[in-house]
Write a protein that binds this ligand. Structure first.
Ligand SMILES: [Zn+2]
Length: 204
């Protein structure tokens, strides 16, 4: 039976350094949304980040986009490099009429940013605060305070298929095959995990 979760912290539990990574994929059930979610054991990687860089760099939040064709993407990258890209770029237009399909079993890939708490313990003290091995309280508190003072931005990328034009339901068999993408920005880890939890109910 699928593991049942009812909160974002059960779906994306914080994991401190020293804790072992889960080695098994999870299928979790969110009873209030009546949905199953697939959470692979491997997290999002820098390759995933590179794959979505066009959206993170050139897109606006809360809008659905199709991935630009490679030739347009190259043009945007070149124009951006020389500081001549219009904002928003002509090459990337948000969809006027997005029809995101609800997937039968959405997947959630979590990068280390989303499951590492800001008060994670620091074990590898480089500052010589003590001559003991183990957690350094001074470094742990210092890092937590520094992170709390920094305005971090957490970004979620939602991806699904565009529904057929004349289709009013949300069955995933009725897509036109085109992937569409949306970015959500959050100001903290908890807010981002909550947004991922909420998005799992419907729009991905
Ligand atoms: Zn230290």
């Amino acid at each position: 039976m699928a593991e049942r979760v009812s909160s974002h912290s059960d779906l994306i539990p914080p994991r401190c350094s020293g804790e072992t990574d889960p080695d098994a994929d999870r299928i979790v059930r969110i009873p209030i949304f009546k949905r199953n979610i697939y959470v692979p054991s491997h997290g999002a990687s820098s390759a995933d980040l590179a794959d979505f860089m066009w959206l993170l760099k050139f897109g606006g939040p809360e809008q659905w986009y199709e991935r630009p064709e490679p030739v347009k993407l190259d043009r945007m990258t070149v124009l951006d490099a020389v500081g001549c890209l219009r904002c928003p770029p002509d090459e990337l237009k948000a969809l006027d009429n997005p029809r995101p399909l609800s997937l039968d079993v959405p997947q959630i890939w979590v990068s280390a940013a989303l499951n590492t708490p800001t008060d994670d313990d620091v074990f590898d003290c480089m500052a010589g605060h003590g001559d003991f091995a183990g957690k350094c309280n001074q470094c742990t508190v210092g890092k937590r305070e520094a992170l709390e003072k920094t305005s971090l931005v957490y970004t979620l990328v939602l991806s699904t298929f565009q529904a057929n034009e004349y289709y009013s339901g949300k069955n995933s068999l009725s897509g036109n095959g085109k992937n569409i993408y949306k970015m959500i920005r959050c100001g903290g880890r908890e807010a981002a995990a909550a947004a991922a939890f909420y998005a799992a109910q419907d729009s991905i």
